[in-house]
Design a protein around this ligand. Sequence first.
Ligand code: CA
Length: 467
Amino acid sequence: MKRYQLLLVVFLTTITAWSQSRLSTDKPNIIIILTDDQGYADVGFNGSKDIPTPGIDQIAKNGVVFSSGYVSFAVCGPSRAGLITGRYQDRFGFSRNPLLAPKDSTMGLPLTEETMADLLKRAGYRTGVIGKWHLGAHPSLVPNKRGFDEFYGFLSGGHQYFPEKWDLQDLSEARNQWDGYRTKLLKNYERVNEEEYLTDALSREAVDFVKRNADQPFFLYLAYNAPHAPMQATEKYLSRFPDIKDEKRKTYAAMVSAVDDGVGELLEMLKTLNLEENTLVFFLSDNGGPTKDNASSNLPLRGFKGDFFEGGIRVPFALQWKGQIPSGKRFDAPVISLDIFATAAALANVQPKNEIDGVNLVPFLTGEKAGNPHQDLYWRNYNVNRFAIRSAGSKLIEEPKKALLFDLSADISESRNLFSIQESLTQNLTEKLNAWKKQLKDPLFLGLGADEEYSRLHPDRFTPDQK
Ligand code: CA
């Protein structure tokens, strides 16, 4: 080959590589790392002293901490339904934690809804979910039917952490609600013989997913069930906390630490593959810490999982996108998990099928847009007829027999009820809430609290189908 021909080849190869990398920058990778029942206080970037989280903290260091980062509900299922659709889940009747009901096609995320995986798949992304699904166990509702090319994990709302406890082959052997915690893991539709501590296994699969899909836009939803109960950790992680005397808190710390190692490994892989500037990494918890169940801490916030006090719905929340959004910043205006869908849709340049409630956060982080992403955020707990609205620094919680108004900008712990002394503000927020309520649907299915009632109504709930 003559010299100029060789030069031409080199030139064309470079141009091709450059244009391919441009293409993938146009559609950045999206990673969501979701933890389960982790308290607001229990990450280094929110000030945790007894549980160091150097892996997770890198996301904060590389990007932005959302100090007022919310989820759309205070327990797992509805919060995940909001996150994965970018819509308030009460718009489509996902108002309760689904029951384990593998034969019920209405028990989970309705098929009218487009998941973030459906959306990003239309934009050419490779999509994967690793960990806890909890959006339906019926064959029509499983991850591979909801836009995910790959699934590694379990369909139920929680799981045992040690492989020796996975003594059911699959959900066909389940005979009650909690048997979903005991099945072998699934890889797409097939059960696998996983041998690692669950959190370590999920981390390993996440790193592997990124490694295998580095040459194309990808979406990874890494949904750890840690540090949700049952409280179970290996000696490797427990031994890191000799100074924590409370056994439950010690195990919780170990479970968070296991997640943290996984997050660290995942970020390391992004670095190795030179994908950092091409990948958004969101980190958040699905709801506030249930302090009694898992010894988490939401301080200085009031309340816990299940509440509409801040401790139930404000979560540890951070985002990195190296080279694109500022590093080491705090963003204090309210944001919500629903914004992740909207941000992904905007960056992938694809139009959502349904009307969404979130906002693309990137322009607010780069300074391209001034002001706050949201005027108001809303919550509904259908079962107890409780509502909440956050508007600027104020928050109203409305229950059948009382209302609470807080000035979060001065009282983050919600200790002073201003309801009776701020009448016009209360009235204004009540009107906004009433307008929002009109857009909501009644629940589509019975929830966790109605386990016995559901079994009574569906006597064949766990009966194996005749072959
Ligand atoms: Ca949860």
